[in-house]
Design a protein around this ligand. Sequence first.
Ligand SMILES: Nc1ncnc2c1ncn2[C@@H]1O[C@H](COP(=O)(O)OP(=O)(O)O)[C@@H](O)[C@H]1O
Ligand SMILES: CCCC(=O)OP(=O)(O)O
Length: 354
Amino acid sequence: MGFRILAINPGATSTKIAIFEDERPLFKKTVPHSMEDLRGYPRVMDQIPYRRDLILAALEEAGIALGDLSAVVGRGGLLRSIPGGTYRVNETMVGDMKAAARGEHASNLGAVLALDLGDRAGIPSFIVDPVSVDEMEPVARISGSPEVERISMFHALNHKAVAHRVATELGRPYEDLNLVVAHLGSGVSVAAHRRGRVVDVNDAKQEGPFSPERAGGLPAYELVALCYSGRYSFDEMKKNLLSRWGMAAYLGTKDLQEVEARARGGDEKAALLLDAFAYQVAKEIGAQATVLEGKVDRVVLTGGMAHSKELMAKVIARVSFIAPVAVVPGEEELEALALGALRVLRGEEAAKDY
Ligand SMILES: Nc1ncnc2c1ncn2[C@@H]1O[C@H](COP(=O)(O)OP(=O)(O)O)[C@@H](O)[C@H]1O
Ligand SMILES: CCCC(=O)OP(=O)(O)O
């Protein structure tokens, strides 16, 4: 028997779970979470028992005991800025995730759940390419205020996995290519990958296009006025920015398929929001193309929303002048997590310490 790896990807709207035997998926399950499901948890960390129980239920459904596993690997959260790679989960990492010093986000649960389940089984726990992977160039860190630094917070795991896949399809090393990759999920990140390094990217929590649940970049004066209006507390503003604005605030849903169905049914507001979303994504892709001085081998569209042919057509119509466009719908995060853990278990790569 090979290595059996439990991979856990806690997202804002779902928990994705898979069991791999070496590279081979044995079991996969996505448990969706509606806005109502998560309403009762004031802080992301409060969701640990809820999400742990559903992972244990998934293991039972798969007929696999914790004791049958070789390792647990979770999505890495808003850690310190660190290079990419596979990291052993340790107490410092778990402490940082519980303190949420760099913000609340569902990915913060990955390391905590992995250590909890790994310790129960007496096996190692890892994270791979967390959202705080930072390869940005100095010039990209300047914001316009010396008191505010631009930071790298994005879907690093899927960006890297999909970029490698496109490179393989092109028959060229990732390190030889210039790509603009747009991840279109609950959060949106659009990055310039220059020869294997993500040299600029919008912070998926507070910059760039809006998303199903986030505002993206906002006019600064208007935002400051809202902050001081007395209408919202600091905590409420953080929740607005992370999970309540974007499409959810305009339309009351984070589900793109529902928005598209409404637009098809004649809802003009839904139609406008779809156009605005495609417009903002395309504009961000254009900006990242300039980071690569226009020398772009492929524009890559990925994430859950890349399943929508209608939406992809709207974005492609605006960006195809930059480079050929590759659409890789969904994400390869569970596979990327399992492969990252496998490289360490096989001794092909050393796990990094956080
Ligand atoms: N087959 C599909 N067609 C259109 N939109 C989809 C599809 N699957 C998921 N989406 C949309 O993608 C968004 C979530 O993307 P996803 O990558 O699954 O998010 P998460 O970051 O929560 O993992 C939601 O708006 C969802 O409605
Ligand atoms: C915080 C950066 C990663 C991110 O936004 O992930 P989700 O889209 O899963 O919320």
